[in-house]
Ligand binder design. Structure first.
Ligand code: OOB
Length: 528
């Protein structure tokens, strides 16, 4: 596939020889249980449930339906569905047909989706008709007008002038043989420069990612896994996530949002044993624990990741939920670090765990005196290059093929990683990643903004929020005006600045660039 950087032949050979890559394809994940125990429940969402046999059969039919529409192996489709069972059916169908899903978030809007369609060369776009009060049909009209190559809009619900996803079904047929070393899907990176990059994940690499995570987390047929994060996020989809549970014969419960009022009764009803959370959601759950009388005693494992979990919060959660806590420091690019289920409490609350695979190579580069440096990594499930991004790849990877994570870490004596900060120009807003450059680009288009610099401001709940420093000509726009402006440009709401600071001049670095560290310090000094 043009634009995909594969592993060097010797390494690929080693990963196969050592049993990391087994030639499995992602579409086969639920098949074993579907054949042996087809009547077991695989999937539950707000409206219905699927047995393994139903899930398997519907995925086969949708795979045939995609092909009947003329969507072929190797074609890309941008998928923007919320936490609904159809997302799972569609992704399995696409994997089986060799169609490559590009996993977008429900919050993305015109600017992100049109860009993703363009960059991936997508022929299809899959949406709900409405979700969270937003009209996706309207968005789809804008997207197809801007990117005419998108020939198919498939809609869950009222399809208007487009194609109903429910109609994408046909008699199952023999499907093309797939190359397990080929690209199975494209995940989104948080991005550090402008818009997000696309991360190619192969069947071989992701099947290993899922299998090894499921083993580490002791997922089995008794696991009841609740999804409250967006299901299209790598954490919830494959670490071990939905796919890890489906390969083990367990049950996946999809929830629309993570609010305790909605989700605690679900935990009780579905006897949920495992869930993946970001730190702000864990805080919400901890606060609410004693305000609801739902029985949460089925919970066995709380996975927390996406942004840094503070030690006091981790200790509190252990006391509050009385089950195993696991820190997960991962990235859509590949590398996953987990604390282990039998780690001592101190390791669990003070570190972000260690690499999943014995074949993960990690380096801490340019260490300062305290041993803190940038985490570099390569391995059997870490990308070797972003998709169609030759230019960017030259500095995102070392000549030896290590991915520069942009995270500042140190290694403890026992080999666990502690995340100490980052050098990438990105904001981590409670687990959601925002490339500063992307927002700066939008702000610079505002008629009264001359120049903008976006930095993270410390926040007790989200960890960080987005602060926009702006130099203006004429009247300074208010925060509300700036937020309206950014969103009117078709940008996801979570990327709109949370605060604005107007400056007359910039602090500069020795090479004359805007000194963002100084800007962040000035916020910290004023307690912002
Ligand atoms: C996960 O993936 P992404 O791609 O949304 O974000 C990756 C970045 C990391 O490079 C790091 O900067 C940050 O998010 N991060 C953490 C963290 N987990 C991720 N920073 C501190 N502590 C943690 N535990 O966020 C992701 C993917 C798979 C599993 C879990 C998280």
């Amino acid at each position: 596939m043009e634009g995909f950087v594969s592993w060097p032949a010797e390494l690929a050979e080693r990963y196969r020889h050592e049993g990391y890559w087994r030639g499995e394809v992602l579409g086969d994940i639920p098949r074993r249980t579907a054949r042996g125990h087809g009547d077991r429940i695989a999937l539950v969402d707000e409206r219905r449930s699927w047995t393994y046999a139903e899930l398997d059969d519907e995925a086969d039919r949708m795979a045939a339906g995609l092909r009947q529409l003329g969507i072929q192996a190797g074609d890309r489709i941008v998928v923007q569905l919320p936490n609904v069972g159809e997302f799972v059916v569609l992704c399995l169908a696409a994997y089986r047909a060799g169609v490559i899903p590009v996993l977008a978030l429900p919050g993305h809007r015109r600017s992100e989706i049109a860009y993703l369609c363009e960059l991936s060369g997508a022929v299809g776009y899959v949406i709900p008709s409405r979700h969270g009060g937003f009209d996706f049909l309207g968005l789809a009209r804008e997207v197809v007008a801007e990117v005419p190559r998108v020939r198919h809009v498939l809609v869950l619900g009222d399809s208007g002038e487009f194609t109903a996803l429910a109609s994408v079904t046909a008699e199952p047929e023999p499907l093309p043989a797939l190359d397990p070393a080929g690209v199975a899907m494209l995940l989104l990176s948080g991005g550090t420069t402008g818009l997000p990059k696309l991360i190619p994940r192969t069947h071989d690499d992701y099947a290993y990612n899922v299998r090894a995570s499921a083993e580490l987390c002791a997922v089995d047929e008794n696991t009841s896994y609740l999804v409250v994060l967006p299901v299209s996020h790598n954490f919830a989809w494959g670490c071990p996530g939905v796919l890890g549970v489906l390969r083990s014969g367990g049950k996946v419960v999809l929830a629309g949002n993570g609010s305790p009022a909605e989700v605690f009764p679900l935990v009780q009803r579905e006897q949920v044993s495992m869930v993946a959370l970001v730190p702000p959601l864990l805080a919400l759950w901890s606060d609410a624990r004693y305000r609801f009388d739902a029985d949460l005693s089925s919970l066995r494992l709380l996975q927390v990741g996406g942004s840094k979990l503070a030690e006091p919060q981790a200790r509190e959660a252990l006391g509050t939920f009385g089950c195993t806590l696991q820190q997960v420091f991962g990235m859509a690019e590949g590398l996953l670090n987990f604390t282990h289920l039998d780690d001592p409490e101190d390791v669990v609350v003070t570190t972000q765990g260690r690499p999943l695979s014995p074949a993960d190579e990690v380096l801490v580069a340019d260490q300062d005196r305290s041993g803190r440096g940038e985490l570099l990594t390569r391995g059997p499930y870490t990308l070797r290059g972003y998709y169609r991004a030759a230019e960017h790849n030259r500095f995102a990877f070392t000549p030896e093929g290590y991915y520069r994570t942009g995270d500042l870490v140190r290694l403890t004596a026992e080999g666990n990683l502690v995340v100490e900060g980052r050098i990438k120009d990105q904001i981590n807003r409670g687990g959601e990643k925002i490339a500063a450059a992307e927002i700066e680009g939008h702000l610079a288009e505002h008629p009264s903004i001359q120049e903008a610099a976006v930095v993270g401001a410390a926040d007790p709940v989200l960890g960080e929020t987005i602060c926009a420093f702006v130099r203006v000509s004429g009247p300074a726009p208010s925060l509300a005006e700036i937020r309206r402006f950014v969103q009117a440009r078709g940008v996801a709401a979570y990327k709109a600045p949370d605060s604005v600071e107007v400056v007359d001049s910039w602090p500069l670095t020795s090479v004359g660039k805007i000194d963002k560290k100084a800007l962040a310090r000035s916020l910290a000094e004023r307690g912002r």
